[in-house]
Design a protein around this ligand. Sequence first.
Ligand code: NAD
Length: 486
Amino acid sequence: MADDTLTAGLHLLTDLYLGGKAVPAADGARFPVIDPATGEVIASVADGGISDAIAAVDAAERAAASWAATSPRSRAEILRTAFELTVERASELARLISLENGKSRGDALAEVAYAAEFFRWYSEEAVRGTGMVTTAPGGTNRILVQHRPVGICVLVTPWNFPAAMATRKIGPALAAGCTMILKPASDTPLTALAIAQILEAAGVPEGVVGVLPSRRSGPVVSAMLHDPRVRKLSFTGSTEVGRALLREAADQVVNTSMELGGNAPFLVFADADLDAAIDGAMVAKMRNAGEACTAANRFYVESPIAGEFGRRLAKRMAELRVGPPAAEDTEVGPLVNRDAVDKVDDLVRGAVAEGATVLTGGGRPAGAGFYYEPTVLADVRPGAAILTEEIFGPVAPIVTFDGEEEAIRLANSTEYGLAAYVYTGDLARGLRVSERIESGMVAINRGLVSDPAAPFGGVKQSGLGREGGHEGLLDYMEEQYVAVQW
Ligand code: NAD
């Protein structure tokens, strides 16, 4: 089924994409995709089941040997073309992202640029395979180590960056010479299907990338993880689902990469440049309306400046234009669905009931759609649920601290360890604090950490493995050691 009315120019795919073809689910099932700005259905998408998942693995298997045998240069050139086509189609892709995810046009365009960069970066990395030859300590033989594609990959992605979370996995997997099946989030399958079309146009052979939208995620992913041909699972999503998938992957000892939830602290020391800290806070909190795993979730501000920081942040948050994602001047769109708004609202109400002060926002605006007001809360009780859970919405809770030791203790008081932000005028302090923060990524005097050229990932219960950088390529490769005598 194709519907050209939703996006100008982009031929909309709403079936499964298997073996290079659009096909309906074997049992004919479909599910609706909802526009979060209106709550209305925008498309009906094929709902892949277990037999479709096995067919997807069949297609990936048929393509595996020849794809692994292509030269790194030809894989690089296909990825480069995918980068160029993504940039060329940025406007239509951004429109699709806003439609099904609800993010503002500005955020959607930024996401497409970020997503495209993974194709460019991995087109450059594809020809930088590394290995090693050395002499065994006893001098009897050589030790040869080379990297080989890990094999058929299952890629599972969330709804919050429907394009970038897909390309962050597809880019390195293609560069490494793997074939793959992408299972996108059921809130946002249309963007993933559009990316499949771009990859096809870029020259990716049939069967190398399959896209399997499904509302039956549990059984479908489980079936693939129990198929012995599947050798890799790369998952981005919540820690809760990640834990369950690690257990499933254990049955066949499938290689796993896990990009899970976050609870980023944003520390502001009294010696920080306050203008820069407020600018950084706006980016760290409000990129994607707070629906980012790296979003600043807890603001810890040193006592002497806490009052001024709160007032200034509240003023900036109150000035944001909330509205329909497609409108040119909208800065904050709706959240992804009703459950997301209910969760944010519950967390805010809970914090207020425990004594937090609302500096701005604090509720849902009137009217249709899944909107929430940009909100700043001060005097939040340490230990409140809003500080321990991922908010995933436009709410900034502020807690005060005194001194470095307390800041570090508060920052580390979570089972998560994905991103952290530190604002200080003293670089030595910034680096000293970074070394003691239990987090895979730290931004010093900067509100944005994500960069396709850098290893992105978490420690503690935020995940395993890294995406982006050279490390991201190695996540799709396995080392083989050959002992050789010549
Ligand atoms: P989610 O865990 O609910 O879903 C993620 C994906 O897993 C979706 O495709 C979903 O359909 C699928 N899924 C759900 N249940 C499953 C099951 N039982 N078996 C197999 N697959 C299943 O997460 P979400 O709500 O889509 O995304 C938000 C979460 O993702 C947040 O926790 C956020 O922090 C995290 N996230 C992490 C990163 C990162 O890089 N660390 C990036 C973006 C989002």
